[in-house]
Design a protein around this ligand. Structure first.
Ligand code: SAH
Length: 515
């Protein structure tokens, strides 16, 4: 027997050596991606991804990364081979390619079919494991997959083949094993394989745990028995994908959430990576946050203006940051042009809102001014007394309000305005995201800027009429009104906490919430 041993491949060491990386995306939530997977996503030029991989994971890649969704059912030939040929084509034009697959690439992922064309073409590839659905489902439902007392065997099996006469799944043999079965792709034919297991001798009282859309915002966990499984599916219509865990392992019931927002599903629309605070506040109060970004942060059309402003940073009296994105983009550009805070000299730094000030702090920059009113007017009012024929740099989004510039110039000061980033609307809803949205009723949608209001109306359209709308500030409320979607409540303080508080207030006294 040949014994081979290979040195583990370090991703950092060989970014290009294996050009195509098969990366397991895990079951859905970005937190369940591996660090190696994250590194490769960030470095990728092209991502070829399963249709169901959520936007929140795709957005971990850079804004310039090309995303190519793979249809679940190829029109001609084997879908695995079709994808494999696409990978060969992409690899021969260069660049770093990530094939991002749901769960783990080697579990029901047509890995062999996809890698065959690469092997044939002599193109190197690497595989990064992911959390497969069974493991994520077991963790979510608090079900041990093995136990000393009841289950010494764990079998991962497809429920999809049970129908065919030529099935390679020997359910009789499986029924005889006293262990746990994790059934993938088992929803459509639950009745068939459930009955077959019982006919083969498994007790119809065997507990079953169903985890539908594991780790997605609309995850659902339910319990049944082998005997009641089919009926339970018909009754509850748990949406796919779902894993069904069959076995004598304990099946505890998840406690219902409590708190002022219990049972409320609240849609978060901010860009990826910027809704954590809002999500945490909602979860703490018992609500269910669902995050579907409607805009993404992209580089501005040109860096010229920002680079020019950075070069003469020390010549301003004030550098004003209007948002967390502005701070992050500014600091990232500072690094990209190989500068640091010294170039800002004696310029003082001002921030609209405490989160923006905190972002400066994270970058090692002290914030000199945070006006009490977290808006442009508040900033102008706070700056004016400090200025005498001053020079002010405004760091902002490519499009935004002109209030600060107008008012500062009117008072005789020189204003330089630069776009540090652009917010681009998300054009279409991904298949998985749309399913999350429609899986259960949404109670609220949170709107945290004018640009987000516009993008949300474009993306969600008439769906928004069915939801209550929470606005973060009067400025945002005005944009919503202009669009024909007046908000149901408005935050008193323009922050995540303020917005959640406004929603809670609405539930206490629904009619008296708007100024
Ligand atoms: N490679 C994937 C499996 C692909 S087969 C993995 O390792 O997880 C598709 C099946 O995986 C679905 O029918 C379902 O049974 C399961 N699955 C994938 N993602 C899931 C999720 N988020 N929740 C529940 N089941 C999931």
């Amino acid at each position: 027997m040949a014994i081979t041993s290979r040195t583990p491949t370090a991703v950092d060491a060989i970014p290009d050596a294996s050009r195509v990386w098969f990366v397991g995306a895990g079951p859905g939530h970005p937190d369940l991606l591996t660090l190696r997977g994250l590194k490769l996503l960030r470095a990728a030029d092209t991502i070829v991804h399963d249709a169901l991989v959520p936007t929140l994971i795709l957005d971990l890649a850079g804004p310039r990364t090309i995303r190519i969704p793979v249809p679940r059912h190829a029109t001609d030939g084997d879908p695995g081979e079709t994808t494999g040929r696409l990978l060969v084509e992409l690899a021969s034009t260069g660049g770093r390619i990530v094939r991002l697959k749901g769960g783990d690439p080697s579990v029901f992922g047509r890995l062999a079919e996809e890698t065959a064309p690469l092997r044939a073409a002599g193109i190197g590839f690497g595989i990064v494991p992911g959390v497969t659905a069974a493991l994520a489902a077991a963790a979510a439902a608090d079900v041990p997959l093995t136990s000393r007392a009841a289950a010494s065997v764990l079998t991962i099996v497809t429920g999809h083949e049970a129908e065919e006469k030529t099935s390679r799944v020997d359910l009789e043999a499986l029924a005889a094993l006293s262990g746990t079965l994790a059934v993938y792709m088992g929803v459509a034919q639950a009745a068939r394989w459930g009955a077959a297991l019982v006919a083969a001798g498994r007790s119809s009282a065997t507990p079953v745990t169903i985890v539908s859309r594991c780790s997605w915002p609309d995850q659902r966990i339910a319990t049944a028995t082998l005997g009641t499984l089919a009926q339970a599916f018909t009754e509850h219509q748990w949406p796919a994908p779902a894993v069904i865990i069959v076995g004598d392992v304990v099946t505890p019931v998840t406690p219902a959430s409590t708190g002022p927002l219990a049972g409320r599903r609240i849609l978060l629309t901010r860009p990826s990576g910027q809704a954590d605070e809002l999500a945490a506040a909602i979860s703490t109060l018992g609500g269910e946050p669902l995050h579907l970004p409607v805009v993404r942060i992209a580089p501005p059309d040109s860096w010229t203006a920002l680079d020019g402003a950075i070069a003469e940073g020390g010549m301003f009296d004030w550098i004003v940051f209007a948002s967390v994105n502005g701070v992050r983009a500014f600091v990232a550009r500072l690094r990209a042009v190989r500068r640091d805070a010294r170039i800002l000299g004696t310029a003082r730094l001002a921030a609209i809102g405490s989160a923006t000030a905190a972002a400066l702090g994270e970058a090692g920059l002290a914030c000199d001014l945070v006006p009490a009113a977290a808006n442009s007017e508040g900033m102008v009012a706070a700056l004016l007394p400090t200025l005498h024929a001053g020079r002010v740099l405004l760091v902002r989004a490519a499009r935004g309000r002109d209030v600060m510039r107008r008012d500062l110039e009117a008072a005789g000061h020189e204003v330089v305005e630069v776009a540090a980033y652009a917010t681009r609307p998300v054009e279409t809803l991904g298949e998985g995201d749309a399913a999350s949205l429609d899986a259960a009723p949404i109670d609220w949608v949170t709107i945290t800027s004018g640009a987000i209001a516009e993008a949300a109306v474009r993306l969600f359209g008439e769906r928004m009429r069915r939801w209550r709308i929470g606005s973060i500030s009067p400025v945002t409320s005005r944009v919503l009104e202009t669009l024909g979607f007046p908000p149901d409540c408005e935050a008193r303080e323009a922050s995540a906490a303020g917005l959640v508080e406004a929603i809670c207030r609405w539930h206490d006294a629904p009619s008296s919430q708007l100024p």
